[in-house]
Design a protein around this ligand. Sequence first.
Ligand SMILES: *[C@@H]1O[C@H](CO)[C@@H](O)[C@H](O)[C@H]1NC(C)=O
Ligand SMILES: *[C@@H]1O[C@H](CO)[C@@H](O)[C@H](O)[C@H]1NC(C)=O
Ligand SMILES: *[C@@H]1O[C@H](CO)[C@@H](O)[C@H](O)[C@H]1NC(C)=O
Ligand SMILES: *[C@@H]1O[C@H](CO)[C@@H](O)[C@H](O)[C@H]1NC(C)=O
Ligand SMILES: *[C@@H]1O[C@H](CO)[C@@H](O)[C@H](O)[C@H]1NC(C)=O
Ligand SMILES: *[C@@H]1O[C@H](CO)[C@@H](O)[C@H](O)[C@H]1NC(C)=O
Ligand SMILES: *[C@@H]1O[C@H](CO)[C@@H](O)[C@H](O)[C@H]1NC(C)=O
Ligand SMILES: *[C@@H]1O[C@H](CO)[C@@H](O)[C@H](O)[C@H]1NC(C)=O
Ligand SMILES: *[C@@H]1O[C@H](CO)[C@@H](O)[C@H](O)[C@H]1NC(C)=O
Ligand SMILES: *[C@@H]1O[C@H](CO)[C@@H](O)[C@H](O)[C@H]1NC(C)=O
Ligand SMILES: *[C@@H]1O[C@H](CO)[C@@H](O)[C@H](O)[C@H]1NC(C)=O
Length: 565
Amino acid sequence: MNMNPTSKPLLLLGSLLLLAAGTLPLQATTACVPRERDALLAFKRGITSDPLGLLTSWKEDDHDCCRWRGVTCSNLTGHVLRLHLNGGYDLDRFELVGLVGEISPQLLHLNHIEHLDLSINSLEEPSGQIPKFLGSMNSLRYLNLSSIPFTGTVPPQLGNLSNLRYLDLSDMEGGVHLTDISWLPRLGSLKFLNLTYIDLSAASDWPYVMNMIPSLRVLSLSFCRLQRANQSLTHFNLTKLEKLDLSMNYFDHPYASCWFWNLTILKFLDLSQNRLYDQLPIALGDMTSLRVLRISNNDLGSMAPNLLRNLCNLEVLDLDESLSGGNMTELFGSLPQCSSSKLSELKMSYNNINGSLPAGLFRQFPNLVTLDMSINLITGPLPVEIGMLDSLTYLNLRGNNLEGVITEEHFVSLKSLKYIDLSDNQLLKIVVDPGCDLDLSYNNLSGTIPSGSQLGTLYMEHPDMYNGNNGLCGPPLRRNCSGDIEPRQHGYGDDNKAGHVPEPMFFYLGLVSGFIAGLWVVFCIILFKKTWRIAYFRIFDKVYDKIYVLAVVTWASLFQKMTAQ
Ligand SMILES: *[C@@H]1O[C@H](CO)[C@@H](O)[C@H](O)[C@H]1NC(C)=O
Ligand SMILES: *[C@@H]1O[C@H](CO)[C@@H](O)[C@H](O)[C@H]1NC(C)=O
Ligand SMILES: *[C@@H]1O[C@H](CO)[C@@H](O)[C@H](O)[C@H]1NC(C)=O
Ligand SMILES: *[C@@H]1O[C@H](CO)[C@@H](O)[C@H](O)[C@H]1NC(C)=O
Ligand SMILES: *[C@@H]1O[C@H](CO)[C@@H](O)[C@H](O)[C@H]1NC(C)=O
Ligand SMILES: *[C@@H]1O[C@H](CO)[C@@H](O)[C@H](O)[C@H]1NC(C)=O
Ligand SMILES: *[C@@H]1O[C@H](CO)[C@@H](O)[C@H](O)[C@H]1NC(C)=O
Ligand SMILES: *[C@@H]1O[C@H](CO)[C@@H](O)[C@H](O)[C@H]1NC(C)=O
Ligand SMILES: *[C@@H]1O[C@H](CO)[C@@H](O)[C@H](O)[C@H]1NC(C)=O
Ligand SMILES: *[C@@H]1O[C@H](CO)[C@@H](O)[C@H](O)[C@H]1NC(C)=O
Ligand SMILES: *[C@@H]1O[C@H](CO)[C@@H](O)[C@H](O)[C@H]1NC(C)=O
């Protein structure tokens, strides 16, 4: 029984077939232009396979091509303005399932076309290269060739598309490279440029070239094999740039020498996985427009005290695997300190952070949805203030040295919680007040039922208390445990001298095996106050979802606690 809480969403995702297929044609008052209709039919003849049926409405005997799927005409002139025919992926098989064939040069007859989206189709035939003639479609304002598996280079003819606002050449997994990018600044109105996965390793002048496109608002150069970002610019033209994605490149130099720290209007900055190192520059503290900052997976760096204090618009802060250590108390002081924080995602895993979790963390960031502090050296208790985070959906504190007791108070307002992992910590005494986890039915618990006189008594009174937990075994149920791994489970109720007096007791439930670093015990527990737990499950039943509360302790630490009893 391997209880992997992520596998279910993945499966769901996997079975999703993306069939997004263009926009509906506008109702046309003027029929389409015959020459443009012929051009579209020529395009169709270049298609050898259409598994999604994108072109089934394109019929030789239908004269009004403006009503064909993916085609939009001007309602005044009848000219084709948009051709939007994106294919999709079969996520089960990781396969492209769009159109197969070539892009017919006859499309040049669409003299007025402004928007061309042929993304996620296998239209790389006959040469495998991006067709040069696309550079002559000079009415285009939007060109999307994303995820067409082209090879070779990007033709400089695209520099003739002087009306272009949006250029998306991302994810062409055939392996496209681009050495001479000097034609890019000829796209004088360009707002959006996505070159993700294009090999720009030979274009060492890239910051200078981009700086000559002052209209740019979004620049995505992720996975572009860029070698460095420490070029020095004397003057900044990019005064409109809001989104800069430079993740997954090979900048092998200090953070501070990057050229973009003066771009104080940036809202989105992604530098993940770049081998950047040393101190984050003080200038970062002035980028107060930032909403998303991701610097995960770099070589170890450090953060000056108070660095991010004024970043009051920050919604996402991803510092996974990017710090060379730190004391939680002091790091907390470096995070945004704003009267009303918008932070919804805070990730600081794999950072060797020591110290304890300040209660103020949860008061400071009441809107947290995702909190990941896993694999650090954090000690001390889990503050009960965490129970105030009523938007929290994902909580991961796995692999720290937390200790102490977790009570219902920790979960008082965690109404949105879907995933919690407190595994591999020192703690996990979970206190349940039997005066109120106690109806355990329909929680999909698994493992050996702990022995204990109180549970025994409860079972006599409520023989259905374990219903709907098919993984549970052992007395008082008739189902025998299989016996492959069977550490003895105890509840404090064992030696409860007062018998029926409802005292708090320690309660361990659930058992799944794992063989990482010795024998692990996984506790799968749903621990909520009965009243609102039931109300909550009603909501969740509707969306066919479940809540998992996962707690893992190492066998060794559990064993110590049990022998101490
Ligand atoms: C023509 O199309 C535009 C949008 O492209 C729309 O706003 C307008 O109402 C349409 N006119 C007619 C007569 O359909
Ligand atoms: C280009 O197409 C892809 C896939 O259809 C889509 O995800 C992306 O948002 C499009 N790019 C732009 C700029 O609209
Ligand atoms: C288009 O661009 C290419 C190369 O950049 C150039 O040689 C050609 O003259 C241009 N064509 C037109 C029509 O401007
Ligand atoms: C650029 O393209 C990649 C791959 O298609 C995508 O993941 C990314 O979100 C795009 N960037 C922007 C800013 O749209
Ligand atoms: C700024 O942009 C303009 C217009 O593209 C260009 O002529 C100029 O050289 C750019 N300045 C720098 C420093 O790159
Ligand atoms: C960037 O900012 C630093 C300090 O804030 C300043 O010294 C430098 O001249 C600026 N560079 C540009 C190109 O504006
Ligand atoms: C930029 O970084 C590279 C390493 O990626 C280094 O070799 C080079 O000397 C640096 N250049 C400057 C101007 O700092
Ligand atoms: C905690 O981390 C800080 C910063 O990395 C370090 O200086 C300090 O020695 C650490 N304290 C302990 C007890 O390990
Ligand atoms: C972390 O810093 C606080 C305040 O500076 C200090 O009291 C505490 O001992 C430190 N913890 C560790 C583990 O270094
Ligand atoms: C119940 O838990 C088992 C693992 O013990 C898991 O395989 C199964 O998918 C869960 N069922 C539901 C309905 O979540
Ligand atoms: C359960 O195990 C006991 C001994 O361990 C055995 O006597 C009993 O027959 C088993 N019951 C079932 C249903 O397998």
